[in-house]
Design a protein around this ligand. Structure first.
Ligand code: ZN
Length: 557
């Protein structure tokens, strides 16, 4: 399999269909919905079907490409899926994982937006193609490929009041004009595009007619357009987000999610809307612990969106998918922003958002030099003159940012996907699992039998996943059920017993051995006295939404 590749919708469809032929025991492919333009949204379920159905096992959710241009997310989820499938049976770790757990994978949430982004004459929109909030085009400059070369670059125009000048470090680069800089040659920079309703003087940057942002359309802290750009008319108003919501609300076995975006090379965790000290402290500790594993495995830092990834210091992000998954379901949710061009160029530990507002101009030189050496000749386009139908003589050039900034250049995509595989596997290791610690049948005489059952959770997460999950009552406590054959009756106990929730290892993070003693709070016991003929078979099932279900036969003897 070649993963230095961006998969279009046709290729995505055929690769998924190929995999269900090659790996029938491990895969199920369903179309969980369709996009606004009626393209299928595929969900690949990966688990060993011989060890039980997916909905009776704990699960991880992975998705990619909810934002139109962030197509590296699709390649990454496919890469992870392929590695799980092809290593099953050879790699004992992955084999055990797929025998006991489930991966739900939606490689492409947004087939319409990606179709546009990957077109021969591309357009780069935020999410979906539905016109929103208005059905007519906003006046002003609309970004598009005006000279028909398949690239959307920048335009520079000589202007004494411009805020850019040609860099002293590299004449292709533009350097910011400093506040006290006078008497040089200046330029105005604009996106390559055409101006709707141009009066010959004023250029306003028009809002994209396709103004939706699917990742602001989820129910948690949803706010209307006035407070959150791209929010949509109401939560899950869009075909794509509704598709996810309908699947997820019917699959309470999901304990954690990883949603793959670009870019920045960072693992984002909840919340977007509030600081860490307004979060449950136990959950925060666990979030940080998982984040540190993620950092170790991917090399990406893990930060709270609120604290370190706000697009503007005073703006919050509302209606995001990860916050919804964490806040309403208690599932640990990570938004993984793949790929970071400045990091590749050797700029370490930059402040993710502030860097764009303020950084040494030498950084720009490092980045262009890296791109020259690694990203192909089209990565940064030297300025060339162009006769713009509205603006006259301009120059086109600058970053061709689809495969430099937004997504890795082709030679780098597989490597970027690969560094994310171990973290996706590790997340599987954290899932809660029900297990029978012991099951004893003791004859009491007169065809009476005492049944003693001890159930435990062998996982890291508890059977309610997080304190937030418990608070939201998003899952039921563990239950044990007996199915009695004719002739067997219960003398003591109930046919259905609620066992409460079982803790995991997540509440035992203290690393100091002198304080580190902990109780067996991951274990519980239930006892019945049954009466019936010897060798009668009683069916036992133990169920948990998050930790899976167990089925056993109890033989009275
Ligand atoms: Zn994104």
């Amino acid at each position: 399999m070649e993963f230095n590749h961006y998969f279009n919708n046709q290729e995505l469809k055929s690769i998924l269909h190929e995999w269900i032929q090659t790996y029938p025991k491990l895969t199920t492919l369903i179309q969980i919905g369709e996009s606004y333009e009626k393209r299928p949204i595929w969900l690949l379920t990966i688990t060993n079907k011989d060890t039980g159905p997916d909905n009776e096992k704990p699960a991880i959710w992975l998705d990619g490409n909810i934002h139109a241009t962030e197509i590296a997310g699709t390649t990454t989820t496919l890469y992870i899926a392929y590695n799980l499938l092809s290593k099953y049976g050879n790699d004992p770790h992955i084999t055990q994982l797929l025998d006991t757990s489930v991966y739900y994978i939606v490689p492409r949430v947004n087939p319409d937006g990606s179709e546009l982004a990957m077109a021969a004459n591309p357009r780069y929109i935020r999410s979906g193609v539905r016109l929103y909030p208005w059905e007519d085009k906003d006046e002003g400059l609309h970004q598009q490929d005006v000279d028909g070369d398949g690239r959307i670059l920048q335009m520079r125009i000589l202007d004494p009041n411009g805020d850019w000048k040609i860099s002293s470090l590299d004449k292709r680069l533009m350097e910011k004009r400093q506040p006290d800089d006078y008497g040089n040659t200046y330029y105005r920079l604009l996106p390559e595009g055409l101006i709707d309703d141009f009066d010959g003087y004023q250029i306003k940057l028009a809002r994209t007619p396709e103004g939706l942002d699917f990742n602001r359309n989820f129910p948690y802290e949803w706010k209307s357009e006035a407070d959150q750009q791209g929010a949509g008319p109401y939560p899950t108003s869009e075909a794509e987000t509704k598709t996810l919501a309908e699947f997820i609300t019917k699959h309470l076995n999901i304990n954690a999610i990883m949603t793959y975006h670009t870019f920045s090379g960072v693992i984002l965790r909840s919340y977007s809307t509030k600081p860490d000290d307004e979060m449950d402290i136990e959950d925060l500790w666990v979030y940080k612990k998982i984040g540190s594993i993620g950092t170790q495995l991917t090399g990406y830092r893990c930060v709270s969106t609120f604290h370190d990834f706000k697009s503007h210091p005073k703006d919050l992000t509302y209606g995001a998918f990860d916050d919804w998954m964490f806040d309403h379901f208690g599932a640990y949710a990570f938004t993984i922003e793949l790929w970071d061009l400045p990091t590749m160029a050797g700029i370490k530990d930059r402040k993710f958002i502030e860097w764009f507002r303020e950084h040494p101009h030498e950084d720009d030189l490092k980045i262009i030099q890296w791109a020259d050496a690694n990203a192909g000749k089209d990565a940064y386009v030297d300025w060339y003159s162009y006769d713009h139908p509205q603006l006259g003589k301009v120059e086109l050039g600058g970053w061709n940012n689809m495969f430099t900034w937004r997504n890795p250049p082709l030679d780098f995509i597989e490597k970027e996907a690969a560094r994310n595989l171990p973290f996706a596997i590790s997340m599987g290791d954290l899932l809660p699992h029900l297990s029978i610690h012991s099951l004893k049948v003791t004859p009491l005489g007169n065809n009476d039998y005492k049944v003693n059952l001890v159930i435990e959770n062998t996982g890291f997460f508890p059977t309610y996943t997080s304190q937030q999950g418990k608070k939201r009552q998003s899952t039921r406590p563990v239950r044990a059920d007996l199915e009695l054959p004719d002739g067997v009756i219960i003398i003591n106990g109930k046919r259905r017993v609620e066992l409460g929730h079982l803790e995991g290892r997540n509440n035992k993070l203290d690393v100091t051995a002198i304080w580190g003693a902990a109780s067996t709070d991951n274990r519980t016991r239930v006892e019945w006295v049954l009466h019936g003929p010897p060798d009668s078979v009683v069916k036992l099932s133990v169920q948990s939404e998050r930790a899976g279900s167990l089925r056993r036969e109890i033989i009275l003897k």
